[in-house]
Write a protein that binds this ligand. Structure first.
Ligand code: GDP
Length: 535
């Protein structure tokens, strides 16, 4: 094997790529920050608030983020730790932008689910968990905020099983709860690790580590806490699940960790164990079978498009997940959908919040490529002429609908351009009413806040003011039926049949109850919640 080949394989094998998911406020941002701190990507963690300010400086392009103090878009962060090269796919915290999170999960090899120990499994966690489950990727659980009062750890394990339907395997166990969090017991090594220092989470914490049977811990913890720990360990060992790496890899068992992202207690043991338990990028399914990440042919797919990140440049970035081979700056690749060669110039990578031009990148990495308007979400790129295509990214059902049109009809061209670009980004879904001109467009979004973003961006990026009329629909179903004829199809008075962007018939409903009625009235009709079309 040549030295070049050895280097390439080393680069692939040290890659770890994951997304962090959580309900807002569980501590995703704080944990991300602390992982970066341990990775040496930022020397001083700084308060979450200052990191927020930093985050906004980066995503300055959208005032809404600043005004509302929420992160609308996800970014990618890379850092090194102990020889590993870690890619964290950051996802928007607000539930109204969960569609973006869904797509980001398509580019992730595993997920870390952050749970607030006092709140347990919350609504948004549940939704995002389902997407991870659908993909069959490993899911790790980080129970956060152990420095505060919370639910009993056994109760949390039960809750995860009851609400999410997945069994958990605690990799470590908290010592001292309810505001008295002292450390963890590492089950793999049978060691106790007590944390101290860290200057309220500003710095890396120090720890005292030793065998759990060491009597010194009785002194350090006090007899009561020490004995309680012994009992709990015994209970875990006798009544808990077996450790099973295969189940973990398939997302059927979640390794569970306890800690406090705020004080840094438990962050390092989590990171180290996580890196050992996860694998480098694994083969990915394409229409020509699985593609080995270690194969020489560079391949990747677009999972996210973002326009106008920098208003001064009016740029548009396509985020590409590299699946195999080596990426070299300015390489020429096949754009499979267009059947055309494209040059990947100005590639960018996101190193702890700073964009940098990247010379080389490897499977598991995410790069942002300047997009002159040729990419769509789901597009595959490959270096050789194999023309393979990766599985599509599903289109999720919108839950809010509105009719929109340009206030000034002279701005129509800009209006259409803006709508088309935002639809290509996946920020909105567009529907057309049957037998009506294109003056009005119906848009669907997954989260209501996306309407605000739409209005804002059309005004600021395309100079178009719009009028918007919210529609009472809540559900959309794609109609699949032999010989479908919109005139003969029997809806109900509160439904509307429209066409999607590919002129496929869809029906909008105000309530679930009508869905069944329409099914009853139209023999042979199938109503699909997720479009057969994917990006
Ligand atoms: P996100 O919405 O999931 O990204 O959550 P953030 O990281 O922004 O955290 C939400 C709030 O919880 C902030 O006020 C944090 O300071 C606080 N927080 C995060 N982690 C911890 C923790 O481990 N302990 C405590 N007590 N608070 C935390």
């Amino acid at each position: 094997m040549s030295q070049k080949q050895v280097n390439f394989l080393d680069e692939v094998r040290r890659r770890r790529n994951f997304a962090i998911i959580s309900h807002p406020d569980a501590g995703k941002t704080t944990l991300t920050e602390k992982l970066l701190l341990y990775g040496g990507a930022i020397r001083l963690a700084g308060s979450v608030k200052s990191r927020r300010a930093q985050k906004h400086a980066v995503s300055d392009w959208m005032e809404i983020e600043k005004q509302r103090g929420i992160s609308v878009t996800s970014s990618v962060l890379q850092f090194g730790y102990d020889g590993y090269c870690v890619n964290i796919l950051d996802t928007p915290g607000h539930q109204d932008f969960s569609e973006d999170t869904y797509r980001t999960l398509m580019a992730a090899d595993s997920a870390v689910m952050v749970i607030d120990c006092a709140k347990g499994v919350e609504a948004q966690t549940k939704k995002l968990f389902q997407v991870c489950k659908m993909r069959g990727i490993p899911i790790f659980t980080f129970v956060n905020k152990l420095d505060r009062a919370g639910k009993d750890p056994f109760e949390l394990m039960e809750e995860i099983e009851n609400v999410l339907g997945i069994r958990s395997y605690p990799m470590n166990w908290p010592i001292g709860t309810d505001g008295n969090f002292k450390g963890i017991y590492n089950r793999d090594k049978s060691q106790v690790e007590l944390f101290h220092g860290g200057n309220h989470g500003q710095n890396v914490v120090k720890s005292t580590v030793g065998d759990a049977s060491d009597e010194k811990f009785k002194g350090l913890l006090g007899t009561e806490m020490y004995e309680q720990l012994q009992e709990e360990i015994e209970l875990l060992d006798t009544a808990g699940d077996e450790f099973d790496l295969e189940k973990i890899a398939k997302g059927e068992l979640t390794p569970m960790f306890f800690g406090s992202a705020m004080t840094n207690f438990g962050v390092q043991p989590f990171l180290e164990s996580f890196l050992k338990l996860t694998k480098p990028p694994t083969p990915r399914v394409s229409n020509a079978g699985e593609v080995d990440p270690e194969s020489k042919n560079f391949t990747g797919f677009v999972f996210k498009i973002q326009a106008n990140m920098n208003p001064a440049h009016r740029d548009r970035l396509a985020f590409i997940r590299i699946c195999s081979g080596e990426f070299v700056k300015s390489m020429e690749v096949n754009h499979v959908r267009h059947n055309k060669k494209v040059k990947l110039s100005q590639p960018q990578q996101f190193l702890a919040q700073e964009r940098a031009v990247v010379e080389r990148a490897y499977p598991g990495d995410i790069i942002g490529i300047h997009d002159p308007g040729i990419f769509k979400i789901g597009d595959t790129l490959c270096e050789d002429d194999s023309k393979i295509q990766y599985e599509g990214i599903p289109v999720f059902s919108p839950e809010h609908f509105a009719k929109i049109y340009a206030k000034d009809s002279m701005k129509r061209k800009h209006f259409i351009k803006g709508i088309t670009q935002l639809a290509e980004e996946g920020a909105i879904q567009v529907y057309k009413e049957l037998n009506i001109g294109t003056e009005e467009i119906i848009v669907g979004v997954v989260g209501a806040l996306q309407f605000e973003v739409l209005e804002y961006r059309l005004k600021n990026e395309y100079n178009v003011n719009i009028l918007m009329q919210q529609l009472p629909f809540k559900h959309v179903r794609w109609i699949e039926m032999d010989g479908f004829d919109s005139d003969r199809f029997k809806g109900t008075t509160d439904t509307l049949i429209v066409n999607d962007e590919d002129d496929k018939p869809v029906i909008l409903f105000q309530n679930e109850w009508s869905i069944q009625r329409v099914l009853d009235r139209n023999e042979g009709a199938v109503l699909k919640e997720i479009s057969a079309r994917s990006f």
